[in-house]
Design a protein around this ligand. Structure first.
Ligand code: SIN
Ligand code: MN
Length: 212
């Protein structure tokens, strides 16, 4: 749900039960979602999706790429940020302007994100519970945009204990901030065919962070 004027959609935040986990359901309307997906796929020509492996050598079920000055990568060398695509050796494409605008309209962090992870969930892809902690400043928020099929998203406190699940649908935006910045989170499953937004089907997640 959002309140919109003709040209300037204003994301409307809803309260969540988890302090610091912020949620803007439907922050992007259908037209904005379609435009963003087209822009993302155009940029992926220059930075093709690939399937990373964990430091232990297991392939991820999601396909990944990045936009921005730095991209998050994983391989036998560990988790890290780097300025080039691991397969092409080229710099990552720029972060789409609409995402930079969304960062300012939601979390309002004074400095822009320098990294945008692109995750594509196809078939039975999912993501295990983890923390985002490879960034230099863990005070800066993490902003996440969901596009395409609905995800069952799991989140729990950094220290462990019980977790909560919620559905993230296309156009939803959420953020890990303050006390939830190091929350454990993951995607249990994606409801195949729940959206027709993504060419070839599936779910696209865009995660904006300040890596340095
Ligand atoms: C991530 O934590 O990298 C992705 C989360 C999501 O796909 O919603
Ligand atoms: Mn994460």
């Amino acid at each position: 749900m959002s309140v919109r004027s003709a040209n300037t959609p204003i994301p409307v935040e809803v309260k969540t039960a988890i302090e610091g986990f912020r949620l803007w359901p439907g922050a992007l309307d259908a037209a904005a979602q379609a435009d963003l997906v087209a822009e993302v796929f155009a940029r992926l020509h220059d930075a093709p999706l690939y399937r990373p492996t964990t430091p232990g050598g297991r392939p991820f079920s999601v396909q990944m790429s990045n936009f921005g000055r730095l991209g998050w990568v994983s391989d036998r060398g560990g988790y890290r940020y780097q300025s080039t695509h691991p397969e092409t050796g080229r710099p990552w494409p720029a972060i789409p302007t609409v995402l930079l605008d969304l960062w300012h309209a939601t979390v309002g962090w004074p400095t822009p994100p320098d990294a945008c992870l692109v995750n594509l969930y196809r078939d039975a892809a999912k993501m295990g519970l983890h923390q985002d902690k490879d960034e230099a400043d863990l005070g800066a928020p993490v902003l996440s945009v969901s596009l395409g099929d609905t995800a069952t998203f799991r989140i729990g406190a950094a220290e462990g204990g019980r977790t909560t699940t919620l559905r993230l649908t296309s156009g939803d935006v959420c953020a890990l901030t303050g006390p939830a910045r190091l929350a454990r989170h993951g995607v249990d499953r994606v409801l195949a065919g729940s959206s027709r937004l993504i060419p070839g089907g599936g779910r696209l997640n865009l995660t904006l962070r300040r890596a340095r």
